[in-house]
Design a protein around this ligand. Structure first.
Ligand SMILES: [Zn+2]
Length: 422
């Protein structure tokens, strides 16, 4: 058995009764954040050092704002601030000039509703009645109660037990709960010893190449249609007071549909890997892209776009890791460096190799193949010693099978079965 955590989203059924209390907690978290932000600035100005979370906790635990929330919730706010300062500092050391230090959480006189986290001591869970008691801090306790009683609802297939953390998240319109649960999952033997490489991109959402020379493309048709529809219609309508209620609903809908797509894709890819007896998947690690900015982004276009979509690719990779793990399949995030410039057939790396209409053309050996599949083959090569000959262009790589997503059935089908694209 493998012990790990899963995060489940839950709807608050009695939202009207608890929203004022949650608002107060959210505002308090912002105020405490600002207190700690101010303290950190002082230390930085004084001696150029950033205090860690241990120092913030011991220095600020007597502060009045610390007692607005349960002590573990306050500690989490300070940890978050220390974490964002550390990652800013690292980015700064790498020479990333776009990086900004975490700011104050304030708009004029208003405080935004920050995410509030409860850890085990601040949570009482009644699994039978789907209820959570979330403790308030000393300052927010009223004569009525010292906790917030939330009734929640999750997806029907989710069993909520062994809660480690509850996060109350304001989504711009209402509060929702994220329940972090400890779970044990059975570990199966890997389906086989084969490998697969995955390249994530814009033109094709995903390209996968297997040991045996098979390759598949997932164009992400639904995402493109959705994006087009919502952009034209209401996705971008944003007034001076932020997005309208209508635009917000459209965004939420878009995000739900995207979520559906990403879950279905991760599940489908794992099934394909089981069919191909894959025990080890390599996937391009997009977090490196920020640091890898040579002329490539100009020549290939794809890189710059990938950076924008980084968070979404990261989310997909995490889903894939979850689902693969349950079948004993290992997922490795590997560097994407040079994977788009190198010919997967002869291994020659050149900046001059061309991509035209999504085809990779090698000037050394004359190979022409789908550019994303070429990338996927190169990514797969990073985790295997198998000789490249089996990948050699035998026609399949130049004409990989494209799988389209059917929104209604929630499954993927090869293009022939859903009609041809012009
Ligand atoms: Zn070549």
């Amino acid at each position: 058995m493998l012990e790990t955590t899963r995060t489940y989203r839950a709807k608050i059924v009695n939202h009207q009764q608890v929203s004022d209390d949650l608002d107060q907690c959210g505002f308090s978290a912002s105020k405490l954040w600002n207190v700690a932000r101010y303290y950190t600035q002082g230390r930085w100005d004084e001696d150029g050092e950033i205090p860690d979370d241990g120092e913030l906790k011991s220095e600020l635990k007597e502060h009045e704002r610390y007692s607005d929330l349960h002590s573990q919730s306050s500690q989490r706010v300070l940890e978050e601030l220390a974490e964002s300062f550390t990652s800013w500092y690292k980015a700064r050391q790498r020479g990333d000039e776009d990086a900004n230090p975490p700011g104050y959480r304030k708009h004029g006189d208003e405080h935004p509703r920050s995410t509030v986290t409860w850890k085990q001591k601040g949570i009482r869970h009644d699994a039978k009645h789907n209820q959570l008691r979330l403790s308030k801090g000393f300052n927010l306790k009223t004569h009525r109660s010292d906790f917030i009683l939330c009734e929640y609802e999750t997806r029907p297939d989710v069993t909520v037990e062994n809660i480690q953390q509850v996060r109350a998240v304001w989504n711009g319109d209402h509060w929702e709960l994220h329940l972090v649960c400890k779970v044990e999952i059975p570990v199966e033997d890997a389906p086989g010893d084969n490998t697969a490489g995955i390249d994530l991109g814009i033109k094709n959402y995903l390209a996968i190449a297997y040991d045996d020379g098979d390759a598949e493309l997932y164009p992400g048709n639904v995402l493109k249609q959705d994006k087009h529809y919502f952009t034209l219609d209401e996705y971008d309508t944003e007034g001076e007071n932020g997005p309208s209620r209508r635009a917000l609903r459209a965004r939420q809908k878009l995000s739900r549909r995207k979520d559906h797509f990403l879950h279905a894709l991760a599940k489908h890819i794992v099934e394909r890997c089981i069919d191909h007896e894959v025990g080890h998947i390599a996937i391009g690690d997009l977090s490196e892209i920020r640091e890898d900015e040579n002329g490539e982004s100009r020549n290939w276009g794809k890189r710059g776009n990938k950076k924008l979509h980084g968070w979404e690719f990261d989310r997909f990779t995490t889903l894939l890791e979850y689902k693969a793990e349950e079948h004993g399949i290992l997922v490795d995030r590997t560097s994407e460096r040079d994977t788009s410039k190198t010919c997967s057939c002869c291994g020659r790396k050149r900046d001059a190799n061309r991509v035209e209409r999504g085809l990779y053309v090698c000037e050394s050996c004359g190979t022409t193949m789908n550019a994303d599949v070429n990338g996927a083959v190169n990514i797969r090569r990073k985790i295997t010693q198998n000789p490249p000959t089996r990948d050699m262009s035998n026609g399949r790589l130049a004409r990989p099978v494209a799988y389209l997503f059917n929104q209604t059935s929630g499954s993927f089908h090869p293009r022939e079965q859903v009609g041809c694209e012009p």
